[in-house]
Write a protein that binds this ligand. Structure first.
Ligand code: ADP
Length: 470
């Protein structure tokens, strides 16, 4: 592989992770090996020193007991028993002239003359003599007796060096599998650690290629990467729902616009095609304006819902009297109620105030009252009431109308949705979507309970004005 082809690989996180892992793994092994080597060298050195000291004291005892002759005899005996083979032994007169010396066989060549030149103090001390052509050192411990004579016992570091050399080789040969193992281990760790990221990349690629249903496979590891995968999937779910919602709204808008647009065109075509007089043309134009208004209302309401849902709706929130608000709205619909002979009842405490945008709240209540009157037969009843429940103002709009079927109930809040039984009534299917979006923009909620043939009850929960919270 050329350096050029390695370049993109070098920029990958996997490559860097592998490198870091391998480097740290090798470094920790090298430190451990180095420490073991130093500890072994120290303990071998200590062991040699201990054995030299032991031999020195052993021979000194012999000298004290039997003099130089006794010492020589003892050494001859020990040589026969092979007990002194590894030791260098020298006995010197008080003038430091050698009286007796024993050098082990096959020793490196040490400059022993230094021992005669060296002036030693009375206390025992160490001497180190380097071999002539090799790395070995002769370590010598000395002891001076009361009569001035000197006993020296020494040992070459040759044996120790051999052990350490062999140990070094063993460590070196272990290092090779360690290097291979650290690179393989690094690759495994990098592959495993980055697997969720690779899944994420693969999913994004699949989505970019058009498969919106692709999801990141997640494992139950409980770590941050699993959470990232789960959050990513949740986000995709939300986006998909949003896209589907937008698609269905667009379909509905297109469908709902088709009728007024066709009607508009039909009216205009008819007026143009005939030799119409001025009043007929005026009537056609008036119809066109009415249809255009309907389309404008539809588009404006859709824009309102979108603004409320995305939080971009401007709300002039203040303390609003609920009783006054409900009276206002009831006043607006008194005529419609009278036409259908529907009794409208209103009960609201005078001091109850909610915190919201008066105009928008009026729109919400008007939509609910409009529906209540629309879907209640002549002679029915509609009741508006308000009360306080802890930190919320609760407003209910109940009617004795047709009610909502259980099949329609989950869909009534959807944009442009109209129940089957409401087709006969005027409407765009946007009233309740506006109610829900605006109420939610006020941090409130809206619920419904309905029994077909008996009636419906819509409940609004809205924040109370600050003064009531004290
Ligand atoms: P619409 O313009 O159709 O009234 P809405 O969004 O206001 O649109 O209501 C959606 C649907 O919910 C209606 O088509 C109707 O089927 C049902 N609905 C709403 N309010 C009532 C009510 N008070 N009684 C019975 N059905 C209702």
């Amino acid at each position: 592989m050329s350096l050029k082809s390695l370049k993109p690989l070098r920029h990958t996180v996997s490559f860097r992770l592998t490198l870091w892992y391998a480097a740290l793994f090798m470094l920790s092994h090298m430190v451990a090996f180095g420490l073991t080597y130093v500890l072994l060298a120290t303990s071998l050195r200590q062991k040699d020193h201990d054995s030299i000291q032991a031999k020195l004291h052993d021979l000194a005892d012999q000298y004290h007991a039997a003099g130089l002759e006794g010492l020589k005899k003892e050494l001859t005996l020990q040589a026969r028993l092979q007990k002194t083979q590894r030791f260098f032994i020298r006995f010197a007169a008080p003038s430091n002239a050698t009286l007796f010396v024993k050098i082990p066989d096959q020793w490196p060549e040490f400059d022993l003359r230094r021992l005669e030149q060296e002036t030693l103090s009375d206390t025992a001390q160490w001497l180190w003599i380097h071999a002539k052509d090799e790395d070995e050192v002769l370590e010598v411990a000395a002891m001076r007796f009361v009569d001035g004579s000197l006993l020296q016992v020494g040992k070459s570091t040759e044996e120790r060096k051999e052990i350490l050399e062999r140990f070094g080789w063993i460590l070196g040969s272990i290092m090779l599998p360690v290097v291979v193992g650290s690179v393989l281990g690094g690759m495994w760790v990098a592959l495993r650690a980055l697997q969720p990221i690779r899944h994420l990349i693969q999913t994004v690629r699949t989505i970019a290629a058009g498969a919106m249903e692709a999801r990141v496979p997640t494992r139950q590891t409980g770590d941050e990467l699993e959470e990232l995968g789960r959050l990513f999937n949740t986000m995709l779910e939300q986006i998909t729902t949003l896209i589907q919602g937008m698609r269905s709204t667009l379909d509905n808008v297109a469908h709902d616009l088709r009728t007024p647009m066709t009607r508009l065109r039909g009216i205009a075509e008819l007026a143009l095609g005939t030799e119409a007089d001025l009043p007929t043309c005026r009537e056609a134009l008036a119809d066109c304006v009415e249809e255009a208004d309907r389309v404008r209302t539809l588009l404006n309401t859709l824009m309102d819902i979108a603004e409320a849902e995305t939080g971009t709706m401007t709300l002039a929130c203040k303390s609003v009297s609920v009783a006054a608000l409900l009276e206002d709205v009831v006043d607006l619909y008194l005529e419609v109620a009278a036409e259908k002979d529907i009794a409208v009842a209103l009960t609201a405490p005078e001091d109850l105030c909610l915190y919201g945008d008066q105009q928008r709240m009026r729109q919400v209540l008007a939509n609910l009252l409009d529906n209540a009157l629309k879907y209640t037969s002549c002679g029915g009843q509609v009741a508006l009431s308000a009360s306080q429940d802890q930190h919320q103002a609760v407003i209910t709009v109940a009617d004795t109308g047709v009610g909502i079927s259980p099949q329609d109930l989950p869909h009534i809040w959807e944009r442009l949705y109209r129940g089957d039984r409401s087709r006969a009534q005027h409407g765009l299917g946007l009233g309740l979507s506006v109610v829900q979006a605006v109420v939610q923009a006020h941090q409130g909620s809206v619920d419904v309970s309905s029994v077909p043939g008996v009636g419906s009850c819509f409940t609004l929960r809205l924040p109370l004005a600050a003064a009531l919270l004290l």
